[in-house]
Design a protein around this ligand. Structure first.
Ligand code: SF4
Length: 383
């Protein structure tokens, strides 16, 4: 028997992965991680670049990197911040690939957006490719419902998917405005195709819009016709793409039961990318910015178990020593692709820019950017 192993495994730092929105190539001589002068070198390169440089840091980034961010935030806030800095020709994005793409779409043509490691992709964004979504739309057309469907894509998707949604009159959403996006979509059509995070789509539809679980179906791009019959598609209100976040998808009902047994009176606070059975058990649900606000405002002495990325939870625990703040799961889990951006990559990209050499530039072609911007603008115009 022969086993088809598909494409050979690629070493990170070499070659390209055609099945991913991210690259894997990172040419150049990275300083060794053990170099004790890295922090000093990052400060020196930043100082040399001065106002020409703007460094953005996502909340899930490592401490060693986030200390050099001029602004921290979630993906949408960071893209807006980049757009509000037209005087900086270099925008270094410490986050993942789809975020850098959004920054490139929203910044001026003469601004260069740099991702310090091209291997910093997002497994959720990779779960919806352009060809798969085109095929799905054909399935909806064959079922005779495409005209009734408004597509919504979560910010955590590639520029190609945002452009697809823009072309079909839909919108982008974030975890803060998903409800408003759904309300708007249901004023335009009777059904929504929600990409790529099934959990955010389901949690918002069921917990915030009053839909039932049986109003939702899951389209599986790896099965013929998404694994759904035309009747099922016609009967559904929410067509959820079968995608999820590998970090938030780890939390389970058992994690909640366990932390409640370990820490009496604990408040369970989770991100809506968590599974429905987890979110239903939580005391509070909200976006990354909501989680930060909630913990900043929590009274001293209160206890919190937080279901989101570990770098952020650790930072919040350090910031609030008067409160008990723990990670919701017993097993620690960082976002492995967010963690690709480390100090050696940051130093390498900053020193390269200081020499006038632009490395790892992220560019979105004009047509894709045009339609993706339409979907992003629609989000900004949500009532
Ligand atoms: S935390 Fe999840 S959604 Fe965010 S970049 Fe990592 S894999 Fe993607």
């Amino acid at each position: 028997m022969t086993i088809d192993i598909g494409s050979p495994l690629l070493l990170l730092g070499r070659g390209a992965d055609p099945a991913s929105e991210r690259g894997v190539s990172c040419p150049g001589d990275l300083p060794p991680a053990s170099d004790p002068a890295l922090v000093e070198r990052a400060h020196a390169a930043k100082a040399a670049l001065g106002e020409r440089l703007f460094v953005l840091g996502h909340h899930y980034q490592r401490d060693e990197v986030i200390q050099f961010a001029d602004v921290t935030g979630d993906s949408f806030k960071l893209a807006q911040e980049a757009a509000a800095r037209p005087q900086a020709p270099y925008v270094v994005f410490c986050g993942v690939h789809f975020m850098a793409e959004s920054a490139d779409i929203l910044t001026r043509a003469d601004q260069r957006v740099v991702l310090p490691d091209l291997a910093a992709g997002c497994s959720m964004a990779d779960m919806a490719t352009y060809d798969q979504v085109e095929e799905c739309w054909e399935v909806l057309e064959d079922a005779g419902i495409a005209d009734d469907v408004v597509p919504i894509t979560y910010m955590n998707s590639s520029a190609d998917i945002k452009a697809f949604v823009g072309r079909h009159g839909g919108t982008v959403c974030t975890s803060s405005n998903a409800r408003r996006a759904l309300e708007w979509a249901f004023s335009k059509g009777s059904k929504v195709l929600f990409l790529p995070d099934q959990h955010l789509g389901r949690n918002t539809a069921v917990l915030e819009m009053g839909l039932g679980l049986d109003d939702c179906v899951v389209y599986n791009p790896h099965r013929p016709d998404g694994g759904l019959g035309a009747d099922e598609l016609r009967a559904a209100t929410m067509i959820l793409w079968r995608g999820h976040c590998s970090v938030h998808g780890r939390f389970s009902k058992e994690s909640v039961d366990d932390v409640r047994a370990r820490i009496p009176g604990v408040n369970v606070l989770v991100h809506p990318e968590c599974r429905h059975e987890v979110v239903k058990e939580a005391d509070h649900i909200g976006s990354t910015e909501y989680i930060i606000r909630m913990l900043d405002q929590a009274p001293a002495g209160s206890a919190w178990a937080v279901g989101t990325e570990l770098n952020l939870v650790k930072r919040l625990a350090d910031r609030h020593p008067d409160k008990t703040i723990v990670f919701l799961d017993k097993t620690v889990c960082f976002c492995s692709t967010m963690n690709r951006i480390d100090l050696p990559h940051l130093v390498w990209s900053l020193e390269s820019l200081a020499r006038g050499e632009v490395v790892n530039q992220i560019t979105v072609d004009e047509e894709t950017a045009h339609y993706a911007r339409a979907a992003l603008d629609q989000m900004l115009a949500l009532p």
